[in-house]
Design a protein around this ligand. Structure first.
Ligand SMILES: [Mg+2]
Length: 217
């Protein structure tokens, strides 16, 4: 059987140096931004379940189509150094590449397109005809803890991958550790001690990820 390999990236604070939800909040006002950052950090540090903060953050932010477009561009403007080159190298080496994120699909798609990544598993948003916020897809797995491992497992099956690698900065990424060949903690944007301590590999330099991958036989 032809072997297939899959590498999965988190998006926020991994491929891009922003947290999309925080920046969406900042477009509303600074007080909402502070509240959202607190909620996000609590979730990323594993202090509160993701599902608990998910709807709450969106109700506060009310992201419109226009806001989504702005932050979509910001993701591209704040790409982490080394990402473009590393993704190119991975493609040339035959890796399937996916983004799995608890962020919002319409905000992430421009960055994915920019990087030539077609597999994006995140949280769809809905808009009213006038472009105002109309809710999110509550069935999206990454709106809750345990969502990322579920998605990574599905992708592994879909790509018939015998090697799957996960790269990310957060606790929700670390949750995939038992479902992947190896978990690479990335601390180049936010260094989380809990992730660093539990990662099989850990780096603060994105291009170093290549050194942690299994070498072709
Ligand atoms: Mg992240």
């Amino acid at each position: 059987m032809k072997s297939s390999k899959l590498i999965v990236f988190d998006c926020d604070s991994t491929l891009s140096s922003i947290e999309g939800v925080d920046e969406l909040a900042a477009l509303r006002d600074t007080d909402i931004k502070r509240q959202i950052e607190d909620l996000t950090n609590q979730a990323m540090n594993g202090e509160v379940p993701i599902a608990e903060v998910f709807g709450k953050r969106l109700e506060l932010i009310q992201p419109s189509q226009e806001m989504v477009d702005k932050i979509g561009q910001m993701y591209i403007d704040t790409i982490v150094p080394g990402v473009v080159e590393t993704i190119t190298t991975l493609k040339e080496a035959g890796w399937n590449i996916a983004i799995v994120s608890g962020g919002f699909t319409p905000v992430i798609l421009p960055l994915a397109k920019h990087l030539g990544i077609t597999e994006v598993q995140a949280v769809p948003l809905f808009f009213k005809p006038d472009g105002s916020y109309d809710g999110f897809d509550t069935s999206a797995p990454t709106t809750r803890n345990g969502g990322k491992p579920e998605v990574v497992k599905k992708l592994t099956t879909h790509y018939q991958a015998d090697i799957t690698i996960m790269v990310g900065d957060g606790i929700s990424d670390l949750e995939t550790k038992d479902t992947v060949h190896s978990f690479i903690g990335f601390g180049g944007v936010v260094a989380r001690p809990q992730v660093k301590d539990s990662s099989e590999y850990y780096t603060e330099k994105f291009s170093e990820i290549i050194n942690f991958l299994p070498k072709p036989a």
